[in-house]
Design a protein around this ligand. Sequence first.
Ligand code: ADP
Ligand code: MG
Length: 694
Amino acid sequence: MNPTLNVPEIFGTDVFNEAAMKQRLSPDIYEAWKQCIRTGSSLPLNVANEIAEAMKLWATEKGATHYTHWFQPMTGITAEKHDSFISPRGDGRVIMEFSGKELVRGESDASSFPSGGLRATFEARGYTAWDPTAFAFVKDNSLYIPTCFFSYTGEALDEKTPLLRSMDEVSREAIRILRLFGDTETKRVTASVGAEQEYFLLPKDLYAQREDLRLTGRTLFGAPAPKGEELETHYFGTIRTRVSTFMKDLDEQLWRLGVLSKTKHNEVAPCQHELAPIFSSASNACDSNQLIMEIMKKCAAKHNLVCLLHEKPFSCVSGSGKHNNWSLATDTGKNLFSPGKTPRQNAQFLVFLAAFVKGVDEYQDLLRCSVAYAGNDRRLGANEAPPVILSIYLGDELHAVVESIINGSNYTAPEKSVMRIGVDVMPPIPKDTTDRNRTSPLAFTGNKFEFRMLGSSQSIADPNIALNTIMAEELNGFATILENAEDFDATLQTLVCDTFTAHQRILFNGNGYSEAWRQEAARRGLSELRSTTEAMPRYASEKNVALVTKHGIFTEPEFRARNEIHLETYRKTINIEAKTTADIALRQILPAVSSYCADLANRVTGKKAVGCACRAESALLEKLSTGIDALYDCIETLQSKLRAVPATSIEAAQYFSEEIVPAMDAVRAEADAMELITDKTYWPFPTYSDLLFY
Ligand code: ADP
Ligand code: MG
């Protein structure tokens, strides 16, 4: 690592970005590429050929020997297969070749990626197509081409395709609204996202000694350490040298790849940290987040650390999430969630706000499902992360404005009477309200919404597809009403007022962690879906199917396939955890405790022989002997339950959630109780205090 890093110089050097394209392509080809981006049309072959040639030259200069179509199958992570550029010359030597055809389209055996039944394996071909809005880059001696992945019949098999579709939809509908407010310039509205990433770092040697961490990414055992996060010394604390060296290295690698890594700090739990990039378009943020997660892992290994992205690696300290900051911006540089300075701007802001409020209220379940994973089940609703109930926090000022609109009452500012939309200026909305509500799942933070329910390991695609699509849907409805209005201002006033009135139940400014809120939410009829298996049956509801098909985000088969994959992933995750639990308990913990018991028994006999008291040893022996039997019974129960999993998809998922998870937790409870009274030298792997306070 370079101690005097010239950041502007290295930033994006490994990316074939706009500057590189401009420099290396002839002007007409460059223009043709830009035109394709603007219109969303496909690249003519001659254009693709020249881009491919320039890309190859650029990449080989950077040491690339291979190229890969990089895609995001429905596994939540990325996939790649590398082909070298070599082509035989006929005289036993090779040249490096790369054609436009190879750039824009690839063929891949898709049979080993989840498809949720979309494709039978006998027609297992999948295709990848360059998304020309995403730049190619060089990493590990390969040219990476960001692509979409779809089946022979055109069904999306990835996360990027529907994300791009949803971005187009929300752009189109937002522009309809903008035109009504006299904006004739905007050609594109971009869903913008900044995803803050939380993670844990552990020493590699300690990690290696724990089968649970290696196989499942989280600890399946571990009594709480005597110390946790109660002293609140870690959050924003000074970063220890080993970690800061890692962070510097990470930043440099990300900057070279054009990732706008901006903020780094320690998080609440010991060994927990966060990285936040500067926001960019949702699709770029999605790619960047995948790169961030991948490079975090690789870079950690280089520093003899391991990066844990699991939502809940340790049961006794806070887990990790991903805050998804989302807004809409015009290509003329305006943020559509910025309260404006004129009555007209404010009226427009209120339309977008009302659409968002309505969308979240109507599609709570879709949003909830977009963050429903086995890992996140361990974190959401546990008073360290947002509750499982969707609600929107607007902050005091904006909440008061909305209430005054609903009530037709005086807004608190004394000189102000009823706020008339399109006539009055909004009071200033402080961007950094001091009482920021950390307990809210979806908070307005000045000019964007922060969706805080995402798990740290998941792709950000699904939640953003949901946000974009529900927004597109509500804007579509509003645009139709307003376009046909005889009296625009009066219709607008009524529309905004009626919408806030009808959907005010989703607005909540209080403590989202409190029991009182759960009861209140139930009274308001909000859904409380506590787990993946409670949530997912609501995913492919008639209403959601209608939504996604209307906007062309998914076909019905595509959407149902995702539902299936989601459940399948859940079952597989719990199955692996359960088998690992049984394995560790039976072959590591039980033998260790048994050895200690034998040792204790010897000591008891020895002491008794010479007439010494051995009350402590006898008591411990008694407790451990009982414990070990109980542990054994729990393992047996877990294993027998694992042999009786129902065959059908949803029933199996429910069985895993209702039968296997509690059986697994019961094994752990017995083991953890014994850990606290077992001689540490017998314990077969590093404990929570070893791991968290290394
Ligand atoms: P906060 O303190 O509210 O979390 P930050 O300024 O730290 O706010 O930003 C958090 C994340 O939100 C960053 O990734 C940032 O780039 C992103 N962000 C800021 N403005 C926007 C916006 N208009 N749209 C989307 N994301 C944004
Ligand atoms: Mg934040």
